[in-house]
Structure formats: structure tokens, C-alpha cells
Design a protein around this ligand. Structure first.
Ligand code: N7H
Length: 483
């Protein structure tokens, strides 16, 4: 069985949160840092601790107590530069991690500028600097989180002459207010589909495929790179952080200006349908593969049904009537497009566990009126996997950014022949136009799956920073990162 006391809590379980602060730091005094770590490690919330927290939250609800359970949970993660700084030279066997995200940004398709061979992404200044690690604190309210973060900063002497780390920057995420608290800024319910991890998630929901723990945790069953990795990497996981800004008024304007025209649909319903076909789910969370023409909030709220679908053998038939190939959830987890005949591919190594949180204010009436973003908002995207090369990096480069995917997927019998006239196009949510090609998606109109729609030049999601990290086990923290 997995040792849940040894695994950081955000990986399996997820830190319960209404707000979360990511504190990015550099190590400035290695010996002092390792000494401070001994005091810090007891603060790190484990996956076993998360199970207890969940029970406390359930009990609080059962007793109908007012408000939220006060809590603040801490995790820590290190970049490749951070490991180097600490004198940890073992190869964790992941190219993206070793390269670092700033250098990987060109391949990811992030906007930026080139000077000779050197590419500089158009990111916020702090993320262009070296970052050694990130300490993040999640909790029920700003008060709880700030208090905990102050305690942690105190341990490392931040801001004093005996400091062992210095702040590079910090960013705060907050779930959205009121009814939309579980929805991201475009308005869609998030956090519905994550893989179930064997030995942790005991009762997966229908359609929530289980994967072996080694696809998320290093050196566990399923980790194809296990042999190449040092012993201390066991039960750690790679954390991908992306600072993603969302152009919400522009996205809304695009939907409003391009409603899908179908008999019986009002213009507003046509716009909602376009949004649903771009994402693959209605704003409620209901999957369009099950309910293609009309939202179904009851289905959306039913965990037994809201993930229980796949895209069938539609690839063989070239069918995107119910859900476009380019829909965000189909691009990022193509289910039976690859797992079904004729490919029968195993894509468990492409699964990621997502743990994001929103940042920034609600859209103001001024922005709505101007159809233009004036205030930064979006998603602090975080995901875990036992390989960034196979997980986030691959999904972004080879699926979301690739107009032909999944039509050009290669089978053991060779590539699938192009479907008649169908080039699926980019993932309109996160796909980036590498090389400046025209951004199109097909299949937005259920009545005419081959019609293309051209997306505006301005991406709806704009990356403004990020880094790749490794979240070590508690044993590794004690033996490699502390004295
Ligand atoms: Fe996505 N969105 O609001 O449109 N995502 N995502 N994502 N995403 C998902 O199923 C969104 C991003 C995945 O198993 C939902 O829980 C936005 C990145 C994967 O069926 C919604 C941003 C990557 C899934 C969104 C963003 C992914 C998924 C449906 C950026 C990885 C699960 C809710 C601002 C490269 C697919 C749900 C499955 C679901 C949105 C980013 C990947 C609504 C706005 C960078 C694997």
C-alpha cells in the first residue's frame, strides 16, 4: 500500500482551499536552509493529513455549523535550479524539469521574443528570474493563510539578516465568490475529471478511470522511468505551475458574436452552445457528449453520471457531431479516440492530476461594456504527474497545439488516414499558435462538423509565467533537504 504519511497532501487528496498563496523563493544560505528545514517539515501537510481534514470538513457540515473549518495547509516543491543550489545532483530523468519552464516556453508555444537563438517568453518579470522552490499555503480564508505563511517565513528568517531564503515573488489565488465558487473565470465548472489513483481513491466514480500510482508518483508501480531515478525520488511528484491569464470579456464577446445557428435556438442559446462545444462541457459541467444540444444541470451535479462517457469509436466514423475533436476536454484527455479501436493505445502515462485555483477579480461592468480586459485574472494552473515530458509538456505541445490531433494519431498499423476534410484545429482554450499559423477549429456546428470557425488573433488564455518543480516525499525532505 502507499504510505500516505510520506506523500505531500496536494498530490493525492488536494489541499482544501478557498484561497492559496504561492511563495516563490531562492535559497540564499544552503546550510542555514537545511537547518531551518528540520523545523519546517512538521508543517508539511501529508496525504494522510488531507484525509483527516476532509473528515473534519464533513463533520462540520453534518453538524450544520456555520462558516468554514479554519485551516491552513502547507506544501513545498523544488525546481531543478533549486536542487542544484542544494547540491543535489541526481538526475530525476525528466527533460522538461531539467530544462526548466522558461527555456521550455518556446516549445510550449508561449508568446515571446527572439534574439538570435535566445527566446524570452513574454512573462511577468519575476518568472524570468531563477526560482529555486515554492512554498504554498492553502486554507479557508486570508487570515488563516497569512498567519501560517508568516510562521513559515519566520522559520526561514525571511527579511532578516539570518535569512536562508529570499522571496522572488508571490501570487495569491482565490476561488470565485458565491454560486460560482467552483467555476473558473470563463464560467465553467472545474475540478470534475481527475484520474483515480489505485490504492488511494477507493471508490472511483463511473467513467473516472483508475491509473496505477506510478503515473503520478515517482518510483511507484507504473513509473516507466523508475530504474533511472534515485531512491529518494520515491513518492515524490512533478508539479507544473503555469500563471495563466484569461481574457474573459474577449472570450464572451467571441461567443456572443458567433452564435451557432440551429432551428429552435435563440441567439443567446447559440452562444452558450458554442462555448460548450469549445470546452466539451456546458458551464454547469454537463458533458456535451451525453447532452449535446441542451444543458442538463441535474446530470452536471451527479458524480455518478457527469464523467461517465467516452468519445466512443467516433474517430473511426469521423464523427464530431456530439463533441468536436478540438474541444478542450477531448484534446487534453481524448479517451476512446486513442484508447478504443483501432488504436487501443494506453494513455495512462498522459494523465495528470489538476489542482488549480482562480486569481483576480470578477469582470467589472466597465470591462463587460468595453469587451476588453482591464484587470488581470485567470488560473494558477497546477498539475502533478510522474513525468512532465509525458504529462503536461506532451499534452500542451502534441495535443492542444497540434491542429491535426487526434486525426493524425499513429497506430501500430501506421497513421490513421485523414478523415474527409476534417482538420480538428487547436484547443481554443489553451492551444497556442506555434509559428503563427491560422487558428481554426472545426466541428463547432453539430449540423455541419466540417465547417471551420476562425479564432481571434488574441489568445483567450495567455501564459505569463511558470516553472516546473518536484514535490519530494517527507522522507526525502528529511534526508536530502534537511540536516
Ligand atoms: Fe483544462 N476551462 O475552463 O475551459 N479544463 N483548462 N487544462 N483540462 C477542464 O473536467 C481550462 C488547462 C485539462 O478528464 C475543464 O474537471 C481553462 C491546461 C485536462 O475529461 C474545464 C484553462 C491543461 C482536463 C477546463 C485550462 C488542461 C481539463 C472541465 C486555462 C494541460 C480533464 C472540467 C486557463 C495542459 C479532461 C473538468 C477530462 C478539464 C478549462 C488549462 C488540461 C472547464 C480555462 C494548461 C486534462
Amino acid at each position: 500500500p502507499l504510505d500516505l504519511n510520506n506523500i505531500q497532501g496536494d498530490i493525492l487528496g488536494g489541499l482544501p482551499k478557498r484561497t492559496e498563496t504561492y511563495f516563490f523563493f531562492d535559497v540564499t544560505n544552503v546550510d542555514q536552509f537545511k537547518a531551518n528545514m528540520a523545523q519546517f517539515i512538521p508543517h508539511v501537510k501529508t496525504s494522510a493529513g488531507i484525509i483527516k481534514d476532509r473528515e473534519a470538513i464533513k463533520e462540520h457540515k453534518r453538524q450544520k455549523r456555520p462558516g468554514l473549518v479554519p485551516m491552513a495547509a502547507v506544501n513545498v516543491s523544488f525546481s531543478h535550479l533549486g536542487l542544484q543550489k542544494l547540491g543535489i545532483t541526481d538526475d530525476l530523468s525528466d527533460n522538461a524539469f531539467t530544462t526548466g519552464q522558461r527555456k521550455d516556453a518556446e516549445i510550449l508555444g508561449d508568446p515571446g521574443s527572439k534574439n538570435g537563438d535566445a527566446f524570452t517568453p513574454a512573462w511577468e518579470a519575476p518568472f524570468l528570474k531563477d526560482i529555486h522552490g515554492v512554498i504554498f499555503v492553502a486554507g479557508d480564508c486570508h487570515g488563516s493563510v497569512n498567519k501560517k505563511l508568516d510562521e513559515i517565513k519566520h522559520i526561514f528568517g525571511v527579511g532578516t539578516s539570518h535569512a536562508s531564503i529570499s522571496e522572488v515573488t508571490h501570487v495569491r489565488g482565490d476561488v470565485r465568490p458565491g454560486d460560482v465558487h467552483a467555476h473558473e473565470h470563463f464560467g465553467f465548472l472545474d475540478g470534475i475529471s481527475n484520474p483515480a489513483v489505485d490504492q488511494f481513491d477507493q471508490n472511483p466514480f463511473p467513467g473516472q478511470d483508475s491509473i496505477r500510482p506510478g503515473f503520478i508518483l515517482a518510483k511507484e508501480n507504473g513509473d516507466s522511468r523508475a530504474a533511472a531515478r534515485p531512491d529518494w525520488a520515491k513518492d515524490g511528484s512533478f508539479l507544473t505551475f503555469r500563471y495563466l491569464f484569461q481574457m474573459v470579456p474577449e472570450f464572451d464577446d467571441f461567443l456572443e458574436s458567433n452564435p451557432i445557428v440551429l432551428p429552435g435556438l435563440s441567439r443567446k442559446e447559440g452562444s452558450e452552445l458554442l462555448g460548450a462545444r469549445i470546452v466539451g462541457r456546458w458551464k454547469s459541467g454537463a458533458p456535451i457528449e451525453i447532452t449535446p444540444l441542451k444543458d442538463d444541470p441535474k446530470l452536471a451535479a451527479d458524480a455518478q453520471r457527469n464523467n461517465n462517457f467516452d468519445f466512443g469509436d467516433s474517430l473511426v466514423r469521423g464523427d464530431q457531431t456530439k463533441c468536436p475533436f478540438a474541444a478542450h476536454i477531448r484534446k487534453t484527455y481524448p479517451r476512446n479516440d486513442l484508447e478504443g479501436p483501432p488504436l487501443n493505445a494506453d494513455i495512462d502515462n498522459r494523465r495528470i492530476i489538476r489542482r488549480g485555483i482562480q486569481f483576480g477579480p470578477e469582470v467589472t461592468s466597465q470591462e463587460h461594456h468595453d469587451k476588453k480586459t482591464h484587470h488581470g485574472r485567470g488560473l494558477l494552473f497546477v498539475c502533478y504527474s510522474s513525468s512532465i515530458d509525458d504529462g503536461f509538456h506532451f499534452i500542451q505541445e502534441s495535443w492542444a497545439n497540434a491542429p491535426n490531433f487526434p486525426v493524425n494519431a499513429v497506430t501500430s498499423a501506421g497513421p490513421i488516414p485523414p478523415l474527409d476534410g476534417v482538420v480538428p484545429g487547436f484547443d481554443a482554450i489553451i492551444g497556442q499558435k506555434v509559428g503563427g499559423g491560422i487558428r481554426q477549429i472545426s466541428g463547432t456546428n453539430p449540423n455541419d462538423p466540417t465547417t471551420n470557425i476562425t479564432l481571434p488573433d488574441q489568445d483567450f488564455v495567455v501564459p505569463r509565467g511558470g516553472e516546473y518543480f518536484f514535490s519530494p516525499s517527507i522522507t526525502a525532505l528529511k534526508t536530502k533537504f534537511a540536516i
